[in-house]
Design a protein around this ligand. Structure first.
Ligand code: UDP
Ligand code: MG
Length: 328
């Protein structure tokens, strides 16, 4: 008898009829080889999440599921975007497995990094981030904007792992706590680190798409970045407050300057009083906006109803992993 974790690989698919037939067998082979090596249970599965595709993706998934019991599929009622598709898959898996690995279906992320991820899990990590060590195959533009984005996120106080996208292992123990994050605008890369628990990273080289086209044009990338920043950080509001204070100070200085000019007789009648009023009012207005912004920001964070703490261990509890016992 040996206990081994059940793994579910979660794969979001949106209009991927070209690439799915190529990559699906790769995922299946990975599960089979890992289970033959005794690292995961034979009850492991590959779960495709069809994100409201308009092409034959769902038909392909249904065919795969008929061919081999290791393939499973769920279909979203319409396109909800990559992040929600991954979330749907993770939540579907939560009651059926011990670990999940989410990965894109286009073969860009090195499937072989899964071996290392599972090893890290055996060593005790509950979350294992797949980090791109090289981006040679991405265009200069994609590489620069993407890396700039990770820097900006961290600068704004949102904790994201540099060069890590949505290729990661998460144990269901962590997922159950993550399910308590009830916010609607989700940015998984920023939220998973908030859950905590022991984590580690594995490195891999990102390659090119095997077939089909990217669904992340600049517009979607910007939307993702904006969503990531606004749903994790209220620093932009603090920035506005800061600007308000600076402008007020400048306003006071300008008012003093105007008064001095008026006393020296360098001005026409009425100019100094108008400058004073404009400067002071401008400053007061910006500060007021900043203060209101602080409250709005707090309200925003409160509405997310995020868990205030998460306990990972208790001395009176056996926190052994709940792996299934199976015949070897
Ligand atoms: N995807 C999705 N819904 C969408 C857009 C993309 O489920 O609305 C999936 C897509 O099928 C792929 C993954 O998200 O498995 C990443 O998309 P893509 O490879 O197009 O992005 P890129 O790697 O170019 O950033
Ligand atoms: Mg891709």
């Amino acid at each position: 008898m040996q206990a081994r974790p059940i793994l579910w690989i979660i794969i979001p698919c949106y209009n991927e009829e070209q690439v799915l037939p190529l990559t699906a067998p790769m995922f299946l082979n990975k599960i089979l080889s890992l289970s033959q090596a005794g690292r995961i249970s034979a009850a492991s599965r590959v779960l495709f999440v069809n994100d409201g595709s308009r092409d034959k993706t769902w038909d392909i998934i249904c065919d795969l599921a008929r061919q081999d019991e290791h393939y499973l599929g769920i279909c979203q009622s319409r396109n909800r975007g990559h992040q929600n598709a991954v979330l749907a898959g993770l939540m579907e898996a939560i009651d059926h497995c011990d670990i999940t690995i989410s990965i894109d279906c286009d073969g860009q992320d090195d499937i072989n990094a899964m071996d290392e991820m599972v090893e890290e899990y055996w060593k005790g990590s509950e979350v294992v981030y797949g980090v791109r060590s090289r981006r040679d195959t991405d265009t200069w533009f994609k590489r620069t904007t993407a890396e700039g984005f990770y820097r900006l996120m961290n600068g704004l106080g949102a904790e994201v792992v540099f060069n890590h996208a949505d290729y990661r292992l998460i144990s269901t123990r962590v997922l159950k706590h993550f399910a308590d994050f009830e916010e609607v605008n989700i940015f998984l890369r920023g939220l998973i680190p908030l859950v905590g628990f022991k984590s580690s990273s594995v490195y891999y080289a990102r390659s090119e798409r095997l077939a089909g086209e990217s669904h992340y044009p600049l517009k979607k990338m910007l939307a993702l970045a904006f969503n990531g920043i606004t749903s994790l950080s209220v620093k932009p509001i603090t920035l506005i407050t800061g600007i308000g204070v600076c402008v007020s100070l400048l306003g006071v200085a300008a008012a003093i300057w105007a008064i001095i000019e008026a006393i020296l007789g360098n001005t026409v009648a009425g100019w100094a009083s108008i400058i004073c009023i404009v400067c002071l009012l401008g400053g007061i207005q910006l500060i007021s906006l900043g203060v209101i912004g602080q409250y709005v920001g707090k309200t925003y964070l409160e509405t997310k109803r995020r868990p205030r703490y998460i306990i990972s261990e208790r001395t009176w509890e056996d926190h052994q992993r709940h792996w299934i016992e199976e015949e070897t």
